[in-house]
Write a protein that binds this ligand. Structure first.
Ligand code: 8YV
Length: 311
C-alpha cells in the first residue's frame, strides 16, 4: 500500500518525525524555500495536513490541496485552522486536548505565583544586588481573589490548583458549570472582583479582544493578568498602554501577537513576566501530543473513528 501524502506545516521533535515518516510520505512545507512552488508541485497528492496550534492551516493552504481529507493539529487550539473552509469541503480536523491540560494549568499557576512574588526579578537580585539592597516586598498569593476567564478543561484545572492557595475563585464562561466557584458572565465584572485574572478561553471571533481596555481598567492598578490562551483574546495595544501607565498592576504572558517577534514595548516594562509560548512544553506532554496527532492520522487512514475530532 502506498503511504498517504501528508503536508507538514511545522517541525516536530525527532521522536515524532521518525514514526511520522515511517507511516506517511511527509512534505515539509515549513522548510520549503519557495512555498508557492512547493505547494503547486505536491498539492494534489496531499490527503492530510499535520500542523500545530500556532501555524494551523489557512484557507489558501487548504485550497491548494484539492484532495485533502484531514487536518491533524499537534495542539489543542484550532483557531489557526480555517474551519469554515474545512466544513465547506467536508475536511475533518483533529486536535490534542486532555493530554496537555495539566501542563498548561501548571504553567498558568506558576506564572501567577512568579508574577505576584517577583520570582524572576528576585533571582536576578539574589545574584547581583543582594549585598547592596533588600529585595522589595511582593504580593501575597494565598487568599487572592482569582478570576478564570473561560472555564474549559484547562480553566477547571487552573481552578483546582488555585484552590490549593486558598483563593476565592470566580469565572466567566458561556454558561455556568458544575464547579464550586462564583459564576460571573461579564468579563468586566469578573475583572472588577479579581486580584488576578487568568485567561484560559479558547480563541475565536467571539472571544477576540475579550480582555479589552475596560476589562483591564476593572482589574486595576493592583490587578494581575495571566494569559496562557491566545494573544487574540487580549487587546494587546490596550494591554501595553495599561501596563505602561500603571492602570494595570502586571501581566504574565505566554502568548503574543506576532510571536515569536514580541512588541519591543514589552521588553522595557518592569511589570511583566514574559514566557515563550511553552505552556504545553514538557517532554512528557509533547510526546503524548505527538502520539495523539499521529493516532488521529492513522485512525483516519484505517477508516476508524477519529480519536479527538474538532469537526
Ligand atoms: C503548542 C498550543 O505550543 O495546544 C496549543 O494550542 O498552542 C500549544 O500546545 C503548539 O501547538 C505546539 O507547537
Amino acid at each position: 500500500m502506498p503511504k498517504p501524502h501528508v503536508l507538514q506545516m511545522g517541525s516536530y521533535p525527532e521522536w515524532d518525525q521518525t514514526p511520522l515518516d515511517a507511516a506517511f510520505t511527509t512534505h515539509p512545507y515549513y522548510s520549503a524555500p519557495d512555498k508557492a512552488a512547493f505547494l503547486a508541485g505536491i498539492g494534489s497528492d496531499i490527503r492530510a495536513i499535520a500542523t500545530n496550534g500556532g501555524v494551523g492551516a489557512s484557507a489558501a493552504i487548504i485550497a491548494a490541496c484539492p484532495n485533502l481529507e484531514l487536518i491533524s493539529i499537534y495542539g489543542v487550539g484550532y483557531d489557526a485552522v480555517d474551519l469554515a473552509a474545512c466544513k465547506a469541503r467536508g475536511i475533518h480536523v483533529t486536535n490534542t486536548p486532555d493530554v496537555l491540560t495539566d501542563d498548561c494549568a501548571d504553567l498558568a499557576v506558576g506564572m501567577v505565583v512568579a508574577l505576584a512574588r517577583g520570582i524572576v526579578k528576585a533571582e536576578t537580585h539574589a545574584r547581583a544586588d543582594w549585598t547592596k539592597s533588600s529585595f522589595p516586598l511582593q504580593r501575597r498569593v494565598t487568599g487572592m481573589k482569582a478570576g478564570i476567564l473561560g472555564l474549559g478543561r484547562i480553566g477547571v484545572e487552573v481552578g483546582r490548583r488555585l484552590e490549593g492557595f486558598g483563593m476565592d475563585i470566580a469565572y466567566s464562561a458561556r454558561s455556568p458549570k458544575d464547579v464550586p466557584y462564583t459564576y460571573i458572565a461579564d468579563p468586566e465584572a469578573l475583572a472588577a472582583r479579581s486580584d488576578v485574572l487568568v485567561v484560559t478561553a479558547l480563541a475565536n471571533a467571539e472571544t477576540r479582544h475579550i480582555v479589552n481596555a475596560k476589562v483591564l481598567a476593572a482589574l486595576g492598578p493592583q490587578g494581575l493578568l495571566v494569559n496562557i490562551s491566545r494573544a487574540s483574546n487580549i487587546d494587546e495595544a490596550a494591554l501595553l498602554e495599561a501596563l505602561e501607565t500603571g492602570a494595570l498592576g502586571g501581566a504574565a504572558l505566554d502568548v503574543f501577537e506576532g510571536e515569536p517577534n514580541l512588541n519591543p514595548r514589552f521588553l522595557s516594562l518592569p511589570n511583566v513576566l514574559l514566557q515563550p509560548h511553552h505552556a504545553s512544553g514538557t517532554v512528557e506532554t509533547r510526546k503524548a501530543m505527538g502520539q495523539l496527532m499521529r493516532d488521529n492520522l492513522a485512525a483516519h487512514f484505517a477508516g476508524q473513528p477519529l480519536l479527538t475530532p474538532v469537526i
